[in-house]
Each structure stands twice: as C-alpha cells, then as structure tokens.
Design a protein around this ligand. Sequence first.
Ligand code: ATP
Ligand code: MG
Length: 270
Amino acid sequence: KAIGIDTGGTLTKVAYLDEHNELILTTFPSNDLQTVKDWILNNPDIEDIGVTGGRTEQLLNVIKKMKSIHYIVEFEATIKGVRFLLKKEGHHFDRSMITNIGTGTSIHYMEGNSDIRVGGTGVGGGTLIGLSALTTGITDYNAIREMAAEGNREDIDLRVRDIYQGMDTPIDGHLTASNFGKVGITEDIRHQPEDIIATVQGLVGEVITTLSIQYAEEKNAQHIVYIGSTLSNNEHLMNVIANYTRTKKHTPVFINDHGFSGAVGALLNI
Ligand code: ATP
Ligand code: MG
C-alpha cells in the first residue's frame, strides 16, 4: 500500500486509497510525530510513502530505514494535489490563484500546466490561533471557530461608513477601514471573547484575501481557490473570504478536502 503524508507546521495530513479505491484522509498534530511514526510502523502493508511539508525530516528519521520514501517539495505537492481535487470536483480554470492558508499562507498562480509561487504572508492559521489565544486565552481551534460564528465585529472593527458619517463614501462603506480600529476611537477595551475572535478571523481573512486579489489582478486571474486546514469547518472564515473576494469582483472557490492537497500530491508523486 502507498500513502501520502504532508507534515506541516501545525498538522500532519495523511492520504491513501482503501481497498475500494476510495480516498481516505486523516490528520495528526505535528507536535506529536511519534504517534504518526507508530501508526506507520504498525501498518506493515504500507510500502511506499510519499512525503512533503516543512517538518518531513523530523518524521523520517526512524521510518526511512523501513519504507520506500518519495520526497516532493511542498509547493509542488500542493499544486499537484489541488489540480487533482479541482478535477475530481468538476472545476476547470485556464488561470487561477491558489491560496493555501496553513500555519502561514502561500499564494500560487496556476496557468495551464504551469504554476509559480507568487508570494505569501505570515498571516495565516497560526495567527488566528495565536491572536485568539493572546486576546481571550482560548487556544483550541475548534473552540475558536465555533466562537467566531457567534461573534459580532461591529463594535471592534471600524468600517469606511463609520468614518464617513452621513456622507457618501469614496469606496464601499461596508469595507473595513481599520481592523480593530474602533477600539482606539471609542476607548472601550471590554469586549466579549466571541466578538474578539470573530474580529481576529476578520483580520486574518481580509489580509489574506486582499493580498490574493492583488496577485489575481496582476495575473489577470478571475478565480481564487482557497485551501488549507484553517478553513476546516470554519464557515465564518469562509464567509469573510468569500464576501471580500466577491466585493472586489473576483470569484472565490472552495473545494472539499481543502486541507489535504499536499498529502494527495505526495501520494500522487509515488
Ligand atoms: P504550513 O503549511 O504553514 O507548514 P500546516 O500544513 O500545518 O502549516 P494546515 O494544516 O493547512 O497548515 O493548517 C493549519 C491551521 O489549521 C492551524 O493553524 C489552525 O488554524 C487550523 N486547524 C484546523 N484544524 C486544526 C486542529 N485540529 N488543530 C489545530 N489547528 C487546526
Ligand atoms: Mg501545509
């Protein structure tokens, strides 16, 4: 049997085909690589392992003596996997941006059979957890995404229309003029943790979207495919991203299994 493993900064993603040729996807925390190693060593039917991701070396020190290892660079694996998943879900774009929101964020441009990493930002899923933890004490991803869905950004973010009170706004009044900008103006620093976390997600989503759109305009690409585990069950963040992308006249695309592009690409590389 063959498996693909993407050992990322936060999560280790595994992909393989079961006996019915169905794609099976699982995750482990990357700070517990011993569990992943044990799982591999306890499955003697695994012969070939496709590996990718920044923490690959830490995973391999024991395993490489016992299995056949096929390494692929992270960005290459991501694009290979994303091409496969897009096709599987019936998408076809001549030109598109791929924005991978992992612990950090990487942005790629894909055209026909070629692709290039155009840039990125340190604002990503790690920022979401880090800022949420520092401002509310909550560190669990699932708690964070659930609380964000309950929160309201209205009293913390400053929108364009809040500045242009009673006047016509020079740009869409709903756009954020300043993330967290109302706090300094109202001098009200007491807010519900749900509202703070929703606002953190707004910041993260809007920075990533704004940057993606700038590259999309430079490359003349209409569609932006957003992937990465930061989107996992996170409807609030997907809404922030989708709305902001549409407001700026581009088309957001989300795919199922968005967190597993790298692992699928590593599997395909065997
Ligand atoms: P990178 O590609 O930057 O090295 P990565 O591959 O580990 O990192 P992803 O797995 O795509 O990144 O996404 C990690 C992010 O997903 C986390 O920062 C967090 O916001 C979110 N996340 C989703 N599920 C979990 C989970 N079970 N535990 C921790 N974080 C999670
Ligand atoms: Mg990753």
